[in-house]
Design a protein around this ligand. Structure first.
Ligand SMILES: *[C@@H]1O[C@H](CO)[C@@H](O)[C@H](O)[C@H]1NC(C)=O
Ligand SMILES: *[C@@H]1O[C@H](CO)[C@@H](O)[C@H](O)[C@H]1NC(C)=O
Length: 263
C-alpha cells in the first residue's frame, strides 16, 4: 500500500517535470523562431531638415497646418524643387523579373517582349531603368509591402500575421507622404488599406482572398483609371494588380506561358 503511493507521487512528479520541460521547449521554439520586431517609435518631421536643436526638442507645430501649407513648408525646407508633380506607383504582383528583364544576361523571350511592348520600348530607349531586387522568403504580400515602404526586413512572424494585418507603426514613405500633406489614392490589393488606414482620399480595395479570380481583381483596378487620370486632386496614385499573382497560384510557373500562348 505505502510502496504504491510512493510510486504514484513519484509518477506525478515526473509527469509534472515533463510538462514543464515541454512548455519550456515550446516557448524556446516560439521565441527563437518567431522573434517579434518591435516597431521603432517616432517619425521624421520638419526638424530633420534643420540644424540640430540644442535642447534636442523639435517644433512640432507643423502638424497643425492644413495640407497645402504643410506641402509648401516641406518644399521650402528641403530646398529641392520636385521634377515631377505626381507619382504613380503600379505594383504587378507576382511578375517574375525574367518576363521583363530576361534571364542570365539574355533578353526576355519574344512572347514576353510582345506582351509588354510599351515597357520594353521604354527600357530600350533608356527612359526606364530595370533592376532586380532579391526578396527573401516568405514572399507574401504584407511583409513585402512593409519592406518596400519602410526599407526594413520583415519579421518572420509577419507571415502568420499576413491574414490579420494591422496598421504599420514604423516610419515609412507612405506615412511621410501623408504627414507632409500629400493626397493619395489607392486601387487594388486591400492590404494597403489595412496597413495605412485613413491615409487615402479615395480607394477601391480588392480582396486578395479571391484567389480563383484572375480577371475581376484587375478590372476593378483599371476601371478607375480614366477618371483618376483626369482628376488633379491627388499626388500619389497606387495601383496594385493581383491577377498575375493569382494565375501563378492557380497553375504554378508554367501556367503563365500556357495562358500567354492561348491568348
Ligand atoms: C515653432 O513654429 C512656429 C510656427 O512655425 C513658430 O511661430 C515658433 O516660433 C516655433 N517655435 C520654436 C521654439 O522654434
Ligand atoms: C469588383 O467590383 C464589383 C462591383 O463593385 C464587386 O461586386 C466585386 O466583388 C469586386 N471584385 C473583387 C475581386 O473585389
Amino acid at each position: 500500500m505505502s510502496s504504491s503511493s510512493i510510486t504514484c507521487s513519484r509518477f506525478a512528479i515526473i509527469a509534472a517535470a515533463a510538462v514543464l520541460l515541454q512548455s519550456l521547449g515550446l516557448s524556446l521554439f516560439i521565441f527563437g523562431f518567431f522573434p517579434t520586431k518591435p516597431a521603432l517609435s517616432g517619425v521624421r518631421g520638419p526638424e530633420s531638415f534643420r540644424a540640430p536643436w540644442p535642447n534636442g526638442v523639435g517644433n512640432d507645430s507643423a502638424a497643425a497646418l492644413p495640407p497645402e501649407e504643410l506641402k509648401q513648408l516641406y518644399q521650402e525646407l528641403s530646398e529641392i524643387s520636385p521634377p515631377f508633380d505626381r507619382l504613380i506607383l503600379m505594383v504587378v504582383d507576382g511578375l517574375p523579373a525574367e518576363f521583363v528583364l530576361g534571364r542570365d544576361n539574355k533578353p526576355p523571350r519574344e512572347a514576353f517582349v510582345e506582351a509588354m511592348p510599351y515597357t520594353q520600348s521604354l527600357l530600350a530607349d533608356g527612359f526606364a531603368v530595370g533592376y532586380r531586387a532579391k526578396a527573401a522568403p516568405p514572399t507574401v504580400t504584407m511583409p513585402c509591402l512593409k519592406a518596400m515602404v519602410s526599407g526594413a526586413i520583415g519579421g518572420f512572424l509577419d507571415v502568420a500575421l499576413n491574414f490579420n494585418t494591422q496598421a504599420l507603426q514604423d516610419d515609412n514613405i507612405i506615412g511621410q507622404f501623408f504627414w507632409t500633406g500629400r493626397k493619395m489614392v489607392m486601387h487594388g490589393d486591400d492590404t494597403w488599406l489595412k496597413l495605412f488606414p485613413g491615409s487615402f482620399i479615395r480607394h477601391d480595395g480588392v480582396s486578395s482572398f479571391f484567389v480563383k479570380d484572375t480577371v475581376q481583381v484587375d478590372q476593378n483596378v483599371s476601371r478607375h483609371l480614366d477618371e483618376e487620370l483626369c482628376r488633379d486632386d491627388w499626388d500619389l496614385l497606387i495601383l496594385h494588380y493581383l491577377g498575375l499573382d493569382h494565375v501563378g497560384h492557380l497553375g504554378g510557373r508554367n501556367r503563365y506561358t500556357l495562358l500567354h500562348c492561348n491568348t
